[in-house]
Write a protein that binds this ligand. Structure first.
Ligand SMILES: [Zn+2]
Ligand SMILES: [Zn+2]
Length: 309
């Protein structure tokens, strides 16, 4: 039964994607991703923050590939199908223990703008928490290293991340969002807004927001998230679209202009540079080899280290 559902989800999605590509329209993800990427890239070329950074920066094409891989091939094709199955299995388990309905607040009766705003803010807060976990739990940090292996920043670095991050984020956001009546197929507009902010946060542009910087994440803040040297052992500035969580919970860190700071993590030069190596990184521990030291493990004693599963 689950296999049929998986197969049907794949087929539906392949059909949907084909139709999307053949018929450009305003609700089309493919063209939005392309259009937004080109627009932010043009902004980088016109008003670069680091003027001496090459136009085709280090890992430009690798990250360009990630952009499409993480947005479609995995996030929307693979995971869409897998999540459908996971959600059904999850509901079956809930029904089995006697929980019929997870919805705590019936948000569909609210005006659309209030639904969108709630979804945007709540989802961002969940993502802020998941991001903190990615930095704090050693085996999750191994996956998240892919995103932090960027040494030269540009918009496409936004989508350089391990496919397991999709699994972690989607799984952990499902229950709280389901409780207020949102499904996994959340609203298009929220996705597009988050995509635009994420692209800008990683772009080689200066975006002075004035007092709004306490609400919205921005390139001047997010670059410090990628800083190689940080005073806090688990990092800072975990905000995805909003910076407000970091200011509220004391994890904001922008000591000075971070335009030219060194990016990466401890020993990030030795991190695999090829896509296929990065995709399997962290899935198992190489036989007889300790994982690369990271900034968490450097500070923790070896007894505190948790085994990779
Ligand atoms: Zn991070
Ligand atoms: Zn980042």
């Amino acid at each position: 039964m689950y296999f049929d559902l998986l197969w049907q989800s794949f087929r539906d999605y392949a059909w949907y994607l084909g139709a999307e590509l053949l018929h450009p329209h305003w609700g089309n993800y493919v063209y939005w991703l392309l259009g937004l990427s080109i627009a932010v890239y043009l902004l980088e070329l016109a008003l670069p923050w680091r003027a001496n950074q090459a136009r085709i920066r280090q890992d430009f094409w690798l990250d360009g590939f990630y952009l499409f891989f993480n947005f479609f091939l995995f996030s929307l094709i693979g995971f869409y199908a897998i999540s459908n199955v996971a959600v059904h299995a999850f509901k079956d388990v809930l029904a089995w223990i006697g929980v019929k309905n997870l919805v705590a607040i019936e948000i569909h009766t609210w005006p659309v703008w209030a639904q969108l705003l709630t979804l945007f803010v709540l989802r961002d807060f969940i993502h802020w928490n998941v991001h903190r976990l990615l930095h704090r739990v050693p085996w999750l940090w191994e996956f998240h290293k892919v995103h932090h292996s960027v040494h030269q920043m540009g918009f496409a670095a936004h989508m350089r991340f391990h496919w397991m991050e999709n699994v972690v984020y989607r799984t952990l956001e499902y229950v709280p969002l389901a409780m207020i009546g949102f499904g996994l197929q959340d609203f298009f507009l929220v996705h597009i807004v988050a995509l635009s902010i994420g692209h800008l946060n990683h772009a080689n542009v200066r975006l002075p927001l004035g007092p709004l910087k306490y609400v919205f994440n921005n390139p001047q803040m997010h670059i410090w998230h990628h800083a190689k040297q940080l005073p806090q052992k688990h990092g800072a500035n975990y905000g995805i679209s909003l910076s407000i969580w970091d200011y509220l919970f004391g994890t904001a860190y922008v000591p000075q202009d971070g335009r030219d700071i060194e990016l990466g993590f401890e020993e990030s030069e030795a991190f695999p540079r090829k896509w296929h190596q990065q995709m399997v990184h962290g899935l198992w521990r190489p036989a007889g080899k300790r994982p690369l030291q990271d900034r968490t493990l450097v500070i923790q004693s070896s007894t505190a280290e948790q085994p990779l599963t």
